[in-house]
Design a protein around this ligand. Sequence first.
Ligand code: PA5
Length: 448
Amino acid sequence: MALKFDFSNLFEPNVSDGLTEKDINDVEEKVLEAVENFSENTPDFAKLERRWIDSVKELEDWIVNFDTVVVLGIGGSGLGNLALHYSLRPLNWNEMTKEERNGYARVFVVDNVDPDFVSSILERIDLKMTLFNVISKSGSTAEVMANYSIARGILEAYGLDPREHILVTTDPEKGFLRKIVKEEGFRSLEIPPGVGGRFSVLTPVGLLSAMAEGIDIEELHEGAGDAFEKSMEKDVFKNPSAMIALTHYLYLKKGKNISVMMAYSNRLTYLVDWYRQLWAESLGKRCNLKGEEIFTGQTPVKAIGATDQHSQIQLYNEGPNDKVITFLRVEKFDREITIPETGREEISYLSRKRLSDLLLAEQTGTEESLRENGRPNMKVVFDKLTPYNVGQFFAYYEAATAFMGYLLNINPFDQPGVELGKKITFALMGREGYEYKVKEKSKKVIIE
Ligand code: PA5
């Protein structure tokens, strides 16, 4: 019961023009330096403190009163919740009755300010039975503040006490949200100051909504803990995180600027979104640690099998050879459907086969076709979708991202490229202390 990594199709001779012994030897030392640095100066996200679980469990008696938890958070303060919800609950969880959910809550994540989207969720909840979990590390993100204000406003409009329906998850000291917790008496959870948004899924950020919907958060931490331990292994061939970083770094140097993650499971859709943010925001950097401009990063692309075989695979097999592809494969699904006999010869090959066998055959078929076309690919195999395995996935990829940052000599924990857009938005919305005038374009090409 653990994740299995198959890196074979990244190497010669399995894939033409694949990685060689020499390639590995060239960077192995540097990767091991990254591993050593990780074990000696373990980043806070990998410390998996017991109190992250305890602080969430302390609220359990209150949380069980709610039928629905609505997470109000964006980026790293929402994607982990979505990944947990979709990968570890049935896809129709939010449509099930409370009885079918064994009393556990429905979970919605409002991670945008699209009024159509926000309304569609607000219209589906019974306010009296709803907890809004407002999550923001900085405590000031405009999208989250807007949705917080809306939630608070409708609670008040319906005569409900916001303090009984809002839980704030934010920095223990800093930011506007912490200020309102102190001044207005909301219940709150702490985001460890040393853990950045996209690395925070295993802190109270991800744990509260997961616990509310009945996910075993102890098992999640157990899987992650074991994976972080394995990420400190000094042999790269025994260390999945080191191997992910090493191979992706080498391929990036060979011009593979795109990292496709293709999940053969609809339930893993948001886990791939979580990865997409982690890889993009952590590694897409203008400057290295010396301040020199390097414009580095590897563009993560999401794909779902078998669906995207009919939209992407033509490009991956025959288009520019600029991608490293990672398959996510689930060996055993929670539910199964056997394809019935139809009496038609033309489709008899499908009769009495399991739907999962077809999906798994499609994954193998795609993998083989890519290999034959000299397209490097690897595979992460989940024997089942369990909290242990999903916890492992989070940890392995967080550690791999840290290692990749080390190899690229960049800071994977900041996101300066996001800040300018945020500041301009504040200015456009009239926030005090922010000024920006959208510049008149000297050349306009507009078609109406
Ligand atoms: O990873 C990150 O740091 C970002 O994606 C943030 O999570 C995102 O911008 C939301 O920030 P905050 O939690 O401060 O509202």
